[in-house]
Design a protein around this ligand. Structure first.
Ligand code: PLP
Length: 439
């Protein structure tokens, strides 16, 4: 029981009214879920705090709109002596500010519901889809971008609905990457998840499957040997988790990560930049260092979305760029995530980096590095231009694609290509375009 702290012991005893049971059950993920804290009173008792009447009324109103659920494990990480500023508390406990809807807030800022050709599927990018296989989570993150759906029992997908999603993927041959999301896919039991993964693996054009799960953070005991043994059968399988603060990396979460990594499952992490929680270059640097130490590759750092009830969590974009400036060059390249804004309206993720290119001529590029050194890079004097007609016949490069492996270029890639005649992308519906239509 080395990973079992005295705080955890107290919480477990309180929840199960029996010391012996508590100690033996703490690392049982079913026990943890069954004893998730959903009421303010329980929270008060376990943390030894009391909210005054006014605050209590506001909290109750907040819970009516956005429910509360925390695993005993995640709650045990809260520092009681300064709980209001605690990063775990702030991610898990409701804040009446969630009810303040900003003018710019939207229920579905990423237009996931509109880009949904089949139940549970969001198909936004050419070659990959998001597949929502679960609507529930072990912990309700207060900063959830899909807050509109949390705790909404009507939208729990059943087997028939999952089958419709699988049908879509089966019929859509350009889909080579499927992201299981939700909710948390690891809320499904092993057999059910095994069924979904088996079905996906039988689809020839699906090359990789990814799971997005916050279990290693909020309920690391979910990563059992049985689960890992099952996941291992479905390689290549990637898993992205969601650590936001170095404090979340505990001996229990490390154990979960090591099990997954030992099973050959590449691990990534997606953090969200959150005001008052991790909006500090030093906190993010400490987080990414701890992640790589545990074989997790920092993948994305998200600008907080425009979902309803998140305005108090948002930072200016400048904060994210400042953080990136403190990482790039200063630390290992593979410890640096990509900072992205998921574009409101469904434009997908847009990367943001500090500017490193100062200027260029046909002869030289002028760059600056992280220290402020200004350097020049001499362009080659002779470069044999490759004009690509996509036929490969007259080309010396060894692409050697199998038939039908490539899709047509879209967007800026299309404008840059030699084989497409398009010379501009013009927004539809402008007055100028309407005048053209008239003549
Ligand atoms: C994030 C996301 C993906 C995956 O994007 P990657 O950049 O490949 O990780 C796919 N579909 C949707 C709708 C997404 O939001």
């Amino acid at each position: 029981m080395s990973i079992y702290s005295s705080t955890q012991q107290k919480i477990a005893e309180h929840l199960s009214h029996d010391e012996a049971v508590a100690v033996s059950k703490w690392t049982d993920w079913h026990w943890q879920l069954k004893h998730s804290i959903t009421k303010i009173e329980t929270f008060e008792k376990l943390l030894g705090v009391k909210f005054d009447d006014l605050e209590r009324r506001k909290l109750d109103l907040t819970l009516k709109k956005f429910p509360l659920s925390i695993t005993p494990y995640y709650l045990s990480l809260i520092d009681r002596s300064n709980f209001r500023n605690d990063p775990v508390f702030r991610q898990a406990f409701p804040d009446p500010q969630e009810l303040e809807i900003d003018k710019c807030d939207m229920a579905d800022p990423l237009a996931e519901d509109s880009d949904s050709p089949a139940p549970g599927i969001t198909h936004r990018y050419p070659d990959r889809v998001l597949f929502h296989v679960s609507n529930v989570c072990a912990m309700y993150c207060r900063h959830c971008t899909r807050k509109r759906k949390v705790g909404d029992l009507d939208s729990i997908p059943d087997r028939d609905q999952i089958r419709l999603g699988l049908d879509y993927i089966r019929e859509t041959t350009e889909v080579r990457d499927v992201l299981l999301s939700g909710g948390d896919p690891l809320m499904l039991n092993d057999a059910y998840l095994d069924w979904i993964l088996t079905e996906l693996r039988q689809i020839e054009h699906v090359q990789v499957v990814r799971i997005g799960s916050r279990m290693p953070v909020v309920l690391p005991y979910r990563i059992t040997d049985e689960l890992v043994g099952m996941l291992k059968k479905h390689q290549p399988l990637w898993l992205n988790t969601h650590f936001n603060h170095p404090r979340e990396i505990t001996s229990s979460s490390k154990k979960a990560l090591h099990k997954l990594a030992d099973a050959g499952i590449p691990l990534g992490n997606q953090s969200v930049l959150l005001a008052g929680i991790n909006d500090c270059p030093r906190i993010i640097k400490s987080l990414v260092h701890k992640l790589v130490e545990n074989r997790v590759r920092p993948y994305y750092l998200y600008q907080c979305d425009l979902s309803e009830g998140l305005s108090h969590f948002r930072t200016p974009v400048g904060k994210g760029v400042e953080i990136m400036e403190s990482l790039i060059g200063h630390t290992s390249g593979f410890a640096v995530p990509t900072y992205v804004i998921d574009a409101p309206g469904g434009g997908g993720k847009i990367p943001l980096t500090p500017n490193y290119m100062i200027s260029l001529s046909t002869n030289k590029v002028v760059l600056r590095n992280y220290e402020g050194v200004i350097a020049t890079y001499k362009e080659p004097d002779s470069y044999k231009q490759i004009f690509c007609d996509r036929k490969c016949d007259g080309c010396d490069l060894h692409l050697m694609l199998e038939e039908g492996e490539e899709m047509d270029a879209t967007g800026i890639e299309m404008l840059l290509s030699d084989y497409d005649e398009t010379i501009s992308l013009t927004p539809a519906g402008t007055q100028r375009m309407e005048r053209r239509d008239e003549c």
